[in-house]
Design a binder for this molecule. Structure first.
Ligand SMILES: N=c1c2ncn([C@@H]3O[C@H](COP(=O)(O)OP(=O)(O)OP(=O)(O)O)[C@@H](O)[C@H]3O)c2ncn1[C@@H]1O[C@H](COP(=O)(O)O)[C@@H](O)[C@H]1O
Length: 107
């Protein structure tokens, strides 16, 4: 299991079994509007960090955004696997298109 799957499982568990002191449980308690606000804020913070010359800050901000996006997925009851499958479909499509194009390019 990779870090994304692991984190998503923890997030889903916090939704089903809220723990006192858990920030994730706090977000689910506040609801969709709060989660959307956080996703927007964190996306802006990624943009701001990307304009600075600090890789560590950039990685930290991307992690914050990814975490909040996963909270949003859980709030919407979208399995992480659905996102992975869609990415896989896009990737397969791209590779198939490239494979189809190759013989034409060789002519
Ligand atoms: N990956 C994260 C993670 N990334 C960011 N954050 C929290 O996101 C918040 C972002 O900071 P901000 O200053 O923008 O927000 P804030 O002022 O604290 O909160 P608001 O008042 O804006 O709601 C911080 O409180 C961080 O702790 C996270 N909180 C939890 N996790 C993971 O989620 C899992 C469950 O953790 P708990 O929710 O603590 O049980 C664990 O694996 C954690 O590592």
């Amino acid at each position: 299991m990779n870090e994304f799957e692991n984190l998503y499982l923890t997030i889903k568990d916090r939704k089903q079994n809220p723990e006192a002191g858990s920030y994730t449980a706090y977000l689910f308690d506040k609801g969709l509007e709060k989660i959307l606000k956080k996703v927007g804020e964190e996306a802006c913070e990624v943009v701001i960090a990307a304009m600075k010359d600090d890789k560590s800050e950039q990685v930290n901000e991307v992690c914050d955004l990814m975490y909040h996006l996963m909270v949003l997925l859980a709030q919407l009851d979208i399995p992480l696997a659905d996102v992975c499958e869609e990415l896989g479909r896009r990737s397969a499509k791209t590779h198939n298109l490239k494979a189809e194009r190759k013989p034409i390019e060789k002519l």
